[in-house]
Structures are given as structure tokens and as C-alpha cells.
Design a binder for this molecule. Structure first.
Ligand code: SAM
Length: 363
């Protein structure tokens, strides 16, 4: 059996096409062959894509500063911790500032990534390794800071297409030994899509349903604190812009992007940009306050990323850091496409990361 057999059998057993969210869930999270569950996924320069903490330690150092401001004797909980590098960066910087939390929890779905995280953190910070604990579910009454970098974009999405003045769900069928898009017969009636009248026929986009439940359980299990969501995405008006006719779905394989999720099954990452207006609405429905929304660039600048450069004495390190900062903050690199959103529960401190820019009104 391989993923193609498993998914085509699911479609056959269903007697109907399956939703793209079901397809994406199998391709990314199937317990044996899913991209995030098997040992094929490699992060960083040698892998399929590179994330901000893999780009520079300064990313985690800045996040640590934001954590420090609101930790208040609480702990940190990171979702989907990748190679573990972000955890190491945050803990290193908090240690440097004498503000280490008692516990740094990680919730990771991939057994292979968990092993890599253990190695990374043990190697970087052997003396505080025992503060890191891997959990399989959210801890009750959690107090502190929750961090999720590039996690929401990995949640399975539904695909919908505009036709005859209505949206229809685009499912996945299997015919002639190939996966194919298949429009469902009945219109898609969920209230999640807000759009004007000017969408062209065939306009296709994505909606994420999984984030609602995730945010609700996060709110319910948190006693108090801050949730920092960092991801590529945009507000609703940009997300459903009439010119974005083919949505935001992207696949990554060996640092090349393509828009065909039906190839490299289990060997490529599949992502969709985050609709932050939708996340804000679901968060408010869950009970959170949306306290900050800004570009990654302005978030890092608000937290003083340039100070790390100024305080570096060696010229060769300075050059390296300057390059890394460029990558994190320049609009053409990660600076503008990536956004940071802060959700709070029973927390009234004005967050340092949004000092220079807070775009919550535009959501
Ligand atoms: C693109 S990777 C990001 C890795 C890392 N945060 C980084 O920035 O390098 C997405 C991660 O999200 C994880 N993930 C997706 N859904 C999750 C969930 N519901 N709970 C925890 N982790 C999840 C995946 O297993 C994967 O490790």
C-alpha cells in the first residue's frame, strides 16, 4: 500500500469524491506515509522549504523578548516545533535575560520531528534540557505564552470554486488512475466566505475549518496568557481579492513551489495562506481578545531586532546578521507576506511587538 492506494480506496469506499481537506489531511498526516509523519520531511536548506527560525537565531531572540514581557511566571507552549531550533533560540535568549520559564512544552504530531527537536535542544542547551517537555495534548489551566510559527498554514483546507453566482466545493476524485478535481453538485453554503459581487466564474479559493476547533480548545484550556500566531497570510479583503483567481494553495518540493497537490504524494508539503480576518473572528468567538496584528517585519523591528546587530562586535558576524535581518524583514523576502497575530486571555499588558504597527482594525 502507498498513499495513492490509500486515498483512492478512501474515495472508492466513499462512493463519491472526498473533500480536499480530507485529501490534504491524508497526504500530510497519514500515520505512516503522511509528509509530516514519515521521515521524508527535511527542514532547512537541504529540505523543501525554509522557515524564519531556520533563517536566523534573531527571529527566536525577538520572540523571546515578547515572551519575557508577558510570561509572568508562566510557561511556554510551542505547537509544531519543526527542528526545535525556535525552542532553542527562545530558551537561549530567556536564559541570557535570567527569565527562563519553568517549562517549555512542545506539541508535535511527527515522531521523527520530535526526535530531531530533542537532539537540537539537547545539543544547544544541555543544562536546561529538562525544562522541555513533549505533550500529546494541551495542558489544562495553561498560563503563559503559546507560540505557533507556520502551523496554521499546514491545517487542511477546503477548496471552493465560484460558478453560476455561487460557491461549490471542489473535491478530489480518482479516475483513470489519476487524482482529479471534481466540483460537488450542491452549492457550498457555509458562511465562511465573504466576497463581493465581482468574482469571475471559476474563481477558486480556500477556507480553513480546522482552525475554529483548535482556537476554541486553546481558549478553553488556557487560564491566562498570550497566543502568538506567525504565518504567511493576509486579511480577508486581500484573501478573497477578485484577482486572486486561483486561491493560495501551494506545494513545496525541494525548494521549488508548484500548484499540483496530486504529485509527489507524501513527499511534498502542501500549504494555504492564512486568512487572518477569519482567524480573528474565530478567536473572538472562542473568547480571545485580538490584541495585535502586524507584518513580521514591523513585529521584529518593534522588538528591537537591529539592536542585536548594533551590539555585535565582530565585522564578519555583523555582515552575516545584516543578511539574516534583511531576509526576515525585507518586503520582497519574509517581511510583509508573514504576519504576526496576538490573541490574549485575561491579559492587559500592551504588547511590545506591536508598538510600531498594529493593524487589527484592518482585519
Ligand atoms: C511548516 S512546519 C513548521 C515548523 C516550525 N514551526 C518552524 O517554523 O520551523 C508545520 C508544523 O506544524 C505541525 N502541525 C500541524 N498541525 C498541528 C497541530 N494540530 N498540532 C501540532 N502541530 C501541528 C506539523 O507537524 C509541522 O511540524
Amino acid at each position: 500500500m502507498n498513499l495513492e492506494d490509500i486515498i483512492s480506496k478512501t474515495i472508492k469506499d466513499n462512493n463519491n469524491p472526498i473533500g480536499f481537506d480530507v485529501f490534504m489531511n491524508l497526504v500530510l498526516y497519514h500515520h505512516q506515509f503522511g509528509y509530516y509523519r514519515s521521515n521524508k520531511m527535511i527542514l532547512g536548506h537541504k529540505g523543501d522549504f525554509i522557515t524564519a527560525p531556520e533563517t536566523s537565531d534573531l527571529f527566536g531572540f525577538c520572540l523571546a523578548r515578547q515572551c519575557k514581557q508577558v510570561l509572568n511566571n508562566g510557561n511556554i507552549l510551542e505547537f509544531g516545533a519543526g527542528s526545535g531550533i525556535l525552542a532553542a533560540q527562545i530558551l537561549f535568549e530567556l536564559g541570557r535575560q535570567n527569565s527562563l520559564p519553568e517549562k517549555y512544552f512542545i506539541i508535535e504530531l511527527s515522531a521523527q520531528l520530535k526526535k530531531i527537536q530533542q537532539q537540537t535542544i539537547k545539543r544547544a542547551l544541555p543544562e536546561i534540557y529538562d525544562r522541555v517537555e513533549w505533550l500529546t495534548e494541551l495542558p489544562r489551566n495553561f498560563k503563559g505564552v503559546v507560540v505557533a510559527n507556520e502551523v496554521l498554514d499546514a491545517f487542511p483546507v477546503k477548496r471552493i470554486t465560484f460558478w453560476n453566482n455561487q460557491f461549490y466545493e471542489l473535491g478530489v476524485d480518482y479516475t483513470d488512475n489519476c487524482f482529479q478535481w471534481k466540483r460537488f453538485e450542491r452549492p457550498y453554503l457555509k458562511s465562511k466566505v465573504s466576497y463581493g459581487d465581482d468574482l469571475p466564474e471559476g474563481y477558486t479559493t480556500e477556507i480553513s475549518l480546522q482552525s475554529d476547533g483548535w482556537l476554541k480548545s486553546l481558549y478553553d484550556l488556557m487560564a491566562e496568557g498570550v497566543v502568538l500566531l506567525i504565518d504567511y497570510g493576509m486579511s480577508q479583503s486581500e484573501y478573497f481579492h477578485p484577482q486572486r483567481t486561483d486561491g493560495t494553495l501551494k506545494c513545496f518540493h525541494k525548494h521549488k513551489s508548484n500548484n499540483n497537490p496530486f504529485i509527489h504524494l507524501g513527499d511534498q508539503d502542501i500549504t494555504a495562506s492564512v486568512n487572518f480576518s477569519d482567524i480573528a473572528k474565530s478567536s473572538i468567538d472562542a473568547g480571545f481578545k485580538v490584541d495585535g496584528f502586524s507584518t513580521q517585519s514591523m513585529f521584529l523591528i518593534s522588538l528591537g531586532i537591529e539592536n542585536f546587530l548594533i551590539s555585535e562586535e565582530k565585522t564578519e558576524n555583523k555582515i552575516k546578521l545584516a543578511q539574516e535581518i534583511k531576509q526576515l524583514v525585507m518586503p520582497g523576502a519574509m517581511g510583509e507576506v508573514f504576519k504576526v497575530m496576538a490573541l490574549t486571555k485575561k491579559q492587559s499588558v500592551k504588547l511590545d511587538g506591536f508598538k510600531e504597527q498594529n493593524l487589527t482594525e484592518r482585519l
